[in-house]
Design a binder for this molecule. Sequence first.
Ligand SMILES: [Zn+2]
Length: 407
Amino acid sequence: MSTILFSNASVILEDRVLAEAQVEVVQGRIRAVGAAHGATSDTATRIVDLKGDYLAPGFIDLHVHGGDGADFMDGTDDAFRTVCRAHLRHGTTSLLPTSTVARHEQIIAFLQCCRRQCYGLGERDLWRSDMATRGARVLGAHLYGPYFGADARGCHPAGPLRPPTRAEFQRYLEFADCILRATVAPELPGAEDFVSACRERGIGCNVGHSHATFEQMEAAIAWGVRHVDHLFCAMSDRARLRQEQTYPMRGGVMEATLYFDELTTEVIADGKHLNRELLLLAAKIKGPQRLALVTDCNRALDMPDGDYIFGPRDGGEPIIRRDGVGIMPDGKSLASGVMGMDHAVRTFQHLTQAPLMEVIRMASLTPARIAGRDRDLGSIAPGKVADLVVLDRSLQVRDVYLAGRRV
Ligand SMILES: [Zn+2]
């Protein structure tokens, strides 16, 4: 593998944008980043002149279900490749395939695919010959459901919802080598047992689709929960909990997520789920180091408006793609996203006017840290894997590189 020198780039670093800079990539990893110091004398070096375009770290999506007609819960290698290729076109170079509430054997089939499709970050695996056809790296599964609160299930089917039982989740945790994060509603019986079993195996734990009280959230943090899925969506808050207790008013998952520094979280930044003020509130309280952008994208990414299934074709929930988002057939609630991470980055930046390096960080380094892969991924820094995205001045994706190779 030869050396590549990206020249004349506006390099988006963790804390600043470096204009007229260059980035040297050797053997798929970043060797040097800095101000331009003229052409190299090494003739083996390929020079890519970015003509002032942005060079950003590849995006990392912690919460993504599908794209281009396929859902990870279709449970085939083909479906995985289709989704990963689709998101690569939107600048996502790594992702966590996210499951849905489904029957036991469907979740097992999903985990088997994750194991086959998972990328290592060792030298031998860094750039595999089939990478261009496989698309974004599969870092490991986000085991999402079936352990959700019944009232907070959102667009997931009600039938297969269940509380965690050891006999069942032990089967899932046999795949612990390719599960990075797991979600549970802490108010369910068995939730503490599930979180401890995940933590023992090195799996990070999320709260999601939950109507827990603030006190139940405090307990969940003590068990080892450290992240909360899609802030403001499918979660309890003061108003919701007041339906069961008039006074004193209580905080729920939303208030706990904003309050506890131990918790990172994420927003679906498609401009449809959350209005500007909620993105501003999340960014102000959690900051770019604790807030990730996610797509929560379903199979309707890059597809025409119309009817789709969220989750597995067999047993998933009917949804509609309309107006740039997923909607439930009754038109009264949202049903996940239909846009890629490039859109989320542009939308968040446009709505909040946050500095570009902070927005990019929320789509790269922060999710890399939450996934436990920030040693290798998530920023343009010496030693990291050269997963890079070239963006023009209006933040449209021009090119994507995996381990220094254009795909
Ligand atoms: Zn969800």
